[in-house]
Design a protein around this ligand. Structure first.
Ligand SMILES: [Zn+2]
Length: 201
């Protein structure tokens, strides 16, 4: 940060007393500006016949690739409400989240983001979507364009979904995602037990 967002004066980097890392600081306002990771919230929208809704991306990055509807959480919004909103905006679908719907969580410390995907039932489709999406389609496991998926977090979430779906038992899984050179290192950190996860409602 070069300039203070409040007074437009020059900002610098200082480690505040008691803190352990440098922060953006405006000496004129005597104000510290903290930057923290952002939440990306998304859904695994499921149709009545068990197919998954995917969106073909209309914007970079990964233009033309398929993804689950997801986007940045807004201020004043709960994570699950954000997933419902993003699905409405990007997929033109209204979804319903039942109980225990948090499904996958990805920590991406390298880019300061946390991804949260929720399982959801599709209630209505065809409501119209934003220019962020080119196409919306339902896919069975065999139809998923596995080589045309936009992001590793989407691939992993879909793989687990289709692995869990036959038993209708969906443990919550948390992953750490690191990039080592050109390789994405995606590691399962924890998974709730089948008993805790219960069965899908
Ligand atoms: Zn200032």
């Amino acid at each position: 940060m070069k300039f203070c967002p409040h007074c437009a004066g020059p900002a610098n980097r200082v480690t505040p007393p008691g803190d352990d890392r440098p922060r953006d600081y405006c000496p004129a306002c005597d104000r510290v500006f903290y930057q923290n990771p952002r939440n990306v919230v998304g859904a695994v929208p499921i149709s009545e016949d068990g197919r998954v809704l995917l969106c073909k991306r209309g914007i970079e990055p990964r233009l033309g690739k398929w993804t689950l509807p997801a986007g940045f959480l807004e201020n004043g919004e709960s994570t699950h409400a954000g997933a419902v909103r993003e699905t409405r905006e990007e997929a033109g679908a209204h979804i319903r989240l039942g109980e225990q719907t948090l499904y996958t969580l990805f920590n991406l410390p390298r880019i300061n983001q946390v991804y949260l995907f929720f399982r959801a039932e599709i209630e209505t489709m065809g409501l119209g979507f934003t220019g962020e999406t080119l196409e919306v389609e339902l896919f069975s496991k065999a139809e998923i364009p596995w080589d045309e998926l936009a992001f590793p977090v989407v691939r992993i979430t879909l793989e687990h979904y289709f692995q869990d779906a036959p038993g209708q038992c969906f443990p919550v899984r948390m992953f750490d995602v690191h990039r080592i050179g050109d390789q994405i290192d995606l590691r399962l950190i924890s998974s709730s037990s089948a008993r805790e996860a219960g069965t899908a409602g």
